[in-house]
Ligand binder design. Structure first.
Ligand SMILES: NC(=O)C1=CN([C@@H]2O[C@H](COP(=O)(O)OP(=O)(O)OC[C@H]3O[C@@H](n4cnc5c(N)ncnc54)[C@H](O)[C@@H]3O)[C@@H](O)[C@H]2O)[C@@H](O)CC1
Ligand SMILES: [K+]
Length: 471
């Protein structure tokens, strides 16, 4: 897992470490790591550090201090380094002295040309959007300069990934000690570029994880593998309640996802049986014993009773998606014994929370936590960085494999079938949701290969995604 910790947790670990180290030691480690990444970028971009034009955007706190000390290191290697302060009266004094001693200079405005801009305006001490003085500097970042963000892009909230107003968009973010949730969650995540983690010696063992991003090995460990004693019931039968006269395709796609999710069998319940069977003759039709239900894709309106029937089966895991989420009763969900996984997109989440869609998009992490808390169930919030929150609080999972190509009709239906198959195999709500999102994202990338993709191709690419995760 790639783990991210809250600002509060990082600060506590920093305090503990600082108490044992000479003053300035942590900042020196941070600056050394930052300067090394900057030097690497300059060497890659223009062959050498010597003679490079480097601009430091310097805020009033320690984030600016990191930038100044790193700038001093680059100046000692022959770069021309100019620091531009947000507030000339408030610059880290030690950092400023180091930069000056190394031959760097301070200017009131951002130079028109630069090879590299170091964003040291705000780090984990930043609150709210960039104020006008900082925003004015960001606007002047010269076109063509590589942008390296110190700890996080200024204007991105470290804990939530929220971006209130203007913010830096970095090519590389050099973060210290630990990932912060805002680096992995949109809208912040799309501002960070490549993330480089610099070890400054923080001890976070046993600290509460705020957000975690599974990697191949984590997902591989979750995926069910049939054994010699498996039969179709042991592998899990998924019941899919989906599709309508108007949306038969949703049924086909949800079934496709379920079949490729390792289910022993898929049972289809609904009015699109002909369409489903024409495509997948292996599907069972009609009610019967299942190990998990998927309800909702393409149901249309007026089908609440079918959703209620699945949820009433309180010992069987249920995934509720799309139309099934309409007016979903929190009391019913909370009363269930087996896992429940809700898989809304931002619009559906907004409707459940009674807020505007934009509110969910701007505060995705808060929204998914709030929904999971209200329903006491795992919630998977779809989007560019899909999030999965546990019903009982604790670490939220963020999916690192997503691709914008997956924003295509029917893609969510495939995901719900896939996650339902994993529920049927015995995974809990968060594990099923996050493993499904991971495979689905990979399949989307494989199927797209940089070109538009349709949902059935995503389903068809799922076996390749499984294989790549297991390799
Ligand atoms: N604490 C530590 O041990 C270490 C901290 N490090 C660096 O220190 C940073 C945190 O430093 P600070 O706590 O000084 O905080 P920051 O440097 O992130 O910023 C705090 C300052 O910015 C101002 N500010 C806050 N929000 C603003 C806004 N929206 N617009 C304009 N000004 C705003 C505040 O008034 C405050 O003066 C980290 O992100 C990291 O870069 C590193 O040197 C590693 C070690
Ligand atoms: K920054």
């Amino acid at each position: 897992m790639r783990t991210a910790y809250s600002v509060e947790t990082v600060r506590a670990a920093e305090r503990e470490l600082m108490a044992r180290l000479p003053e300035g030691a942590l900042m020196a480690r941070a600056a050394a790591g930052l300067a090394a990444v900057c030097a690497e970028l300059l060497a890659r971009g223009r062959g050498r550090v010597y003679g490079a034009r480097v601009v430091l955007l310097v805020g009033p706190g320690d984030n600016g201090g990191d930038a100044l000390y790193a700038g001093a290191r680059l100046a000692r290697r022959g770069a021309g380094v100019t620091a531009v302060p947000m507030d000339p009266e408030r610059m880290h004094p030690g950092g400023l002295a180091a930069l000056r001693a190394a031959g760097g200079r301070v200017a009131a405005s951002v130079p028109g040309r630069a090879d590299l801009v170091v964003d040291g305006l705000l780090g984990i001490g930043g609150r709210g959007g960039l104020r006008p003085a900082a925003a004015a500097l960001v606007e002047r970042i010269p076109a063509g300069a590589a942008v390296v963000a110190v700890d996080l892009p200024s204007g991105v909230d470290a804990d939530t990934g929220e971006v209130a107003g203007p913010a830096v968009t970095a090519d590389v973010t050099v973060t210290f000690g630990a990932y912060k949730p805002g680096l992995l969650t949109d809208p912040g995540a799309s501002r960070v570029g490549a993330v480089r983690l610099v070890d400054i010696g923080l001890d976070l063992d046993g600290a509460a994880v705020a957000l975690e991003a599974p990697q191949h090995a984590d997902v591989a460990a979750l995926l069910p593998v049939p054994t010699a004693s498996s039969d179709k019931y042991r592998r899990g039968v998924v019941g899919v309640v989906a599709g309508s006269e108007q949306y038969p395709g949703a049924a086909v796609l949800a079934v496709a996802g379920a079949l490729r999710g390792g289910a022993g069998a898929v049972r289809y319940v609904g009015p699109a049986a002909d369409a489903v069977l024409a495509r997948f003759p292996e599907v069972l039709v009609g009610r019967g014993r299942v190990q998990a239900w998927v309800v909702g894709p393409g149901l249309g309106s007026g089908r609440e009773a079918e959703v209620g029937r699945a949820l009433a089966d309180t010992d069987v895991p249920v995934l509720v998606d799309a139309d099934g989420l309409r007016g979903l009763d929190a009391g019913v969900v909370r009363g269930r014994r087996a896992a429940t996984l809700l898989t809304p997109h931002a619009g559906e989440a907004a409707a459940l929370l009674g807020v505007a869609r934009e509110t969910v998009e701007a505060g995705r992490l808060a929204a998914v936590r709030e929904l999971a808390g209200r329903y006491g169930a795992a919630v998977l919030l779809k989007g560019s960085t899909t999030l999965v929150a546990p019903g009982g609080g604790g670490a939220v999972r963020v999916n690192p494999t997503g691709t914008p190509w997956l924003a295509t009709a029917g893609s969510g239906d495939v995901l719900s079938g896939l996650a339902g198959a994993l529920l049927a195999a015995g995974l809990g709500g968060v594990d099923a949701g996050s493993a499904a999102a991971y495979l689905h994202g990979l399949a989307g990338r494989f199927a797209a290969g940089g070109a538009p993709v349709v949902a059935q191709e995503v389903a068809a690419a799922l076996p390749r995604a499984w294989r790549s995760v297991r390799d």
